[in-house]
Design a protein. Structure first.
Length: 339
């Protein structure tokens, strides 16, 4: 019995475990009810009377030593785990791929940042609007085509309520509650009843700008447009203004930029003209100012508006508008470097 205790003690002194599972297996081998120490305890009754005191003491020492050895190994596992200094508290519990901003969001922010350098602040308004803020206050005639059901999404039970067709409605709301000077930029989603195709969608995004103050002229508008074009598309960009018509501006113009793909030399993208249309603009019609409670005899202003998808197409050559709303991760990952 004494030899068995001595041999088992030497064996326990040399035990090692690489992980918690191996340690548990050792505990069961030596300390469980059917373990080796328990087996020695069961054989204790066969020990001669004169040896019971010595053998009993050694058995108890062996049991205590083995239990201490198991506990020490267990504490060693706990202490060798990552220290507090090595823990990255910002790391997620499981791997998560980082996302990226949508190309529309990237371009919208860039446009807003450019106009912010000119002193414009962002203004927002509701997407569900009334006729006054979308059409009437902006000098749309009663029989204007935009008021037709074929062009605008009206609320069925209230024809005076509709999904805004442009963010100009935000401008009218600001003009109603504030007096000049007003210098705002209005980004947002708009809706029009159009067939969905690679070049059109029933919803898209706009950015419109409005500046009203005393003695604002068309020269101020042209300078702002030239600054925007150069900042957005490069310092070599040129602009040209063509006369146009919008109900809420007079005079009105459409602005083209020199094609950023061919440098104005002519290519299929610009239809070999060297120019690409990007926005509409003009001086705010006096009727619009009066409708919104601003004295048109004292104040003047300019307004401009552009489609964000249009600008995004020019920057990234996206040929199908539907890709912006399909959320295809393969498409969106192409813009990781732009974030």
């Amino acid at each position: 019995m004494l030899d068995k205790i001595k041999t088992l003690r030497q064996e326990v002194e040399n035990i090692k475990a690489a992980n918690a599972d191996e340690l548990e297996a050792l505990r069961i081998k030596y300390l469980s009810k059917k373990g080796e120490i328990s087996a020695l305890m069961n054989d204790f009754r066969h020990v001669a009377a004169e040896q019971k005191r010595e053998v009993g003491s050694l058995l108890n020492e062996l049991k205590d030593y083995t239990q201490g050895k198991i506990n020490a190994l267990k504490e060693g596992f706990e202490n060798t785990q990552t220290s507090d200094e090595d823990i990255d508290l910002t790391r997620s519990a499981y791997p998560i791929e980082l996302g990226t901003r949508h190309p529309i969001s990237i371009v919208k922010k860039e446009i807003c940042d450019i106009f912010a350098t000119l002193g414009f602040s962002i203004a927002e308004g509701p997407e569900i609007e009334d006729d006054w803020h979308v059409f009437t206050s902006l000098n749309f005639a009663e029989d204007h085509p935009a008021r037709d059901m074929q062009d605008t999404f009206f609320i069925q039970h209230n024809p005076d309520i509709l999904l805004r067709t442009h963010t100009s409605s935000v401008q009218t709301r600001v003009m109603e509650r504030e007096q000049p000077p007003i210098r705002i930029i209005c980004p947002g989603r708009v809706y029009r009843n159009e067939a969905i195709s690679y070049r059109a969608h029933c919803f898209f995004h706009q950015v419109e700008a409005l500046y009203i103050n005393k003695d604002v002229s068309f020269a101020d508008l042209k300078q702002a447009l030239l600054f925007f074009a150069k900042e957005m598309f490069g310092q070599e960009t040129k602009i040209r203004l063509r006369p146009s018509y919008f109900p809420f501006t007079e005079p009105s113009a459409e602005m083209d930029i020199s094609c950023n793909l061919c440098g104005g030399k002519g290519c299929p993208f610009c239809k070999h003209t060297g120019w690409v249309e990007i926005l509409g603009c003009g001086m705010v019609d006096p009727n619009v100012l009066d409708n919104c409670g601003i004295d048109s005899k004292v104040y003047s202003g300019y307004a401009l508006g552009m489609g964000i998808e249009r600008i995004t197409n020019l920057k990234y050559q996206v040929k199908d508008l539907r890709m912006f709303s399909e959320n295809d991760i393969r498409f969106l990952r192409q813009f990781e470097s732009a974030n």
